[in-house]
Design a protein around this ligand. Structure first.
Ligand SMILES: *[C@@H]1O[C@H](CO)[C@@H](O)[C@H](O)[C@H]1NC(C)=O
Ligand SMILES: *[C@@H]1O[C@H](CO)[C@@H](O)[C@H](O)[C@H]1NC(C)=O
Ligand SMILES: *[C@@H]1O[C@H](CO)[C@@H](O)[C@H](O)[C@H]1NC(C)=O
Ligand SMILES: *[C@@H]1O[C@H](CO)[C@@H](O)[C@H](O)[C@H]1NC(C)=O
Length: 421
């Protein structure tokens, strides 16, 4: 079973993504009748241009949001190490502003995750409808934050992609949060994070305990810090074996970049080959057919995966194997140079003291209850609570795309938040 997962997912990545923006069509992607058109280059160009034209109709995000009846503001925030992050804002509706809310996406995700399911479904619109000033972060390296003052993501790949969730938590999050507070002239905000959005949050609190004073309360959907009880058979398996060899094959520094062809391909297969598309989600996430609106899949796959660094994945794989929530492990020799000791320093969870609300699913293949409880016990919030979604099948991604997410998750977040107003 493990090997089946491994094989299927790897073959998908290896065949359709080589980690660069190469336009080449690799074997394994849809291959029409080779005998008919003998020239492979002709064939390749035809297929690529067809798929591009047919499916690569990425709408401008402002238009998408405007069509939904909301406004999207673009903000660009520069970090101390030169990354230019695209932060989105969806201003509140109605006449009374409540607090600012900051939402942070998971790995391979982007700010789009928070509004892709549309009005009366998505968390960003729901919060805006209810009077909150909604801000959506984008971590370095995703398709919206793939920009730098001096480094080029392709030419300077080795330097540009040399980051994991450590840098996202240590640098990106506090930079974005400070920007938002300054611009809105607020003293604090609510933080909502999904998956890596929680990992980076706890890195931030560990490295910058002063940030706690700006966090009214934090809401975590699928908390991820400790990972050694992860269920996902694919990730467990590759964590066991030679991590780096597999991952360098996936793309030397960048994984699943935002790539016109891949998205066209995914969108196309989601439109015409729902089985492939469903299985792709199943491999990563597990299955909850009742919560997955298949009509939305082509739209979701137009924006996701949004890209991340190889190092982000390796850092997570290290945690699956080690059972620690700690900085990146470079090996004993380099650890000594970087950290002054042979093992990487652990993050200090007692530095997280703002009120905490965890939302967990019973069928979450990434975030396991045992790991979540360990994290929950180590943070030092005065008020903290774990809310388990009642659905037996609730998965990692249902927090973003679940048909009943408003009723089962978002309305509860809103109730908690209203208590602070
Ligand atoms: C969303 O819900 C509100 C009230 O429940 C309704 O008035 C509105 O038409 C809905 N919008 C969409 C796009 O379904
Ligand atoms: C990167 O940021 C610079 C400075 O804000 C901007 O001029 C440039 O257009 C951006 N490039 C991309 C690809 O977004
Ligand atoms: C699924 O998504 C489509 C397209 O947005 C929408 O019209 C439909 O109502 C959704 N179905 C459910 C069950 O939410
Ligand atoms: C972690 O932080 C707490 C309080 O912020 C401090 O008392 C403790 O010494 C720190 N632990 C380590 C190992 O640095």
């Amino acid at each position: 079973m493990k090997f089946l997962y491994c094989f299927l997912l790897l073959s998908l990545f290896l065949s359709c993504s080589n980690g660069s923006d190469s336009k080449e069509l690799k074997s394994g992607c849809p291959k029409p009748n080779v005998f008919k058109y003998l020239n492979p280059f002709y064939l390749k160009d035809r297929v690529v241009s067809y798929v591009r034209k047919k499916f690569f109709d990425i709408e401008i995000l402002e238009d998408l949001v405007e069509n939904d009846g909301y406004t999207l503001e673009n903000h660009y925030v520069e970090t101390q190490d030169g990354f230019i992050l695209n932060v989105h804002r969806i201003p509140f509706k109605g006449n009374k502003l409540k607090s600012v809310v900051f939402l942070q996406h998971g790995i391979l995700g982007s700010s789009v995750d928070w509004f892709i399911t549309g009005p009366n479904k998505s968390l960003a619109y729901y919060l805006a409808d209810n009077g909150y000033d909604v801000w959506l972060g984008n971590a370095r390296g995703n398709r919206l934050s793939k920009n730098h003052t001096t480094l080029d993501p392709k030419k300077d790949a080795a330097q540009f992609w040399d980051f994991s969730f450590h840098e996202i938590g240590e640098i990106d999050l506090p930079t974005m949060i400070r920007y938002v507070l300054k611009l809105t002239d607020q003293n604090d905000l609510f933080y909502i994070g999904h998956s890596q959005g929680s990992t980076a949050f706890y890195v931030m609190c560990s490295e910058h305990p002063d940030i706690n004073q700006y966090i009214n309360a934090h809401f975590i959907l699928s908390p991820v810090a400790y990972m050694n009880h992860i269920y996902n058979p694919f990730l467990r398996t590759i964590a066991e074996y030679k991590i780096s060899t597999i991952f360098t094959k996936l793309g030397k520094y960048e994984i699943s970049p935002y790539h016109g062809f891949i998205h066209g391909f995914l969108k196309g297969t989601c439109t015409y080959g729902k089985i492939f598309c469903k299985n792709f989600i199943l491999l990563i996430n597990g299955n909850n057919p009742g919560q997955l609106n298949k009509t939305l899949l082509p739209k979701i796959f137009s924006y996701t995966p949004a890209g991340s660094s190889t190092k982000q994945f390796i850092h997570y794989l290290q945690e699956i194997k080690s059972g620690y929530f700690c900085q990146y492990d470079y090996g004993e020799k380099e650890n000594l140079i970087r950290y002054g000791k042979e093992v990487p320093p652990k993050y200090n969870l007692s530095n997280s003291i703002s009120d905490a609300f965890f939302f967990i699913g019973k069928n979450d293949w990434i975030s396991d209850k045992v790991d979540v409880d360990r994290l929950f016990n180590e943070i030092r919030s005065n008020t903290k609570e774990i809310i388990t979604i009642e659905d037996e099948q609730w998965t990692h991604l249902d927090f973003l795309y679940g048909v009943n997410a408003i009723d089962w998750v978002y309305s509860k977040i809103l109730n908690f938040m209203n208590d602070y107003e």
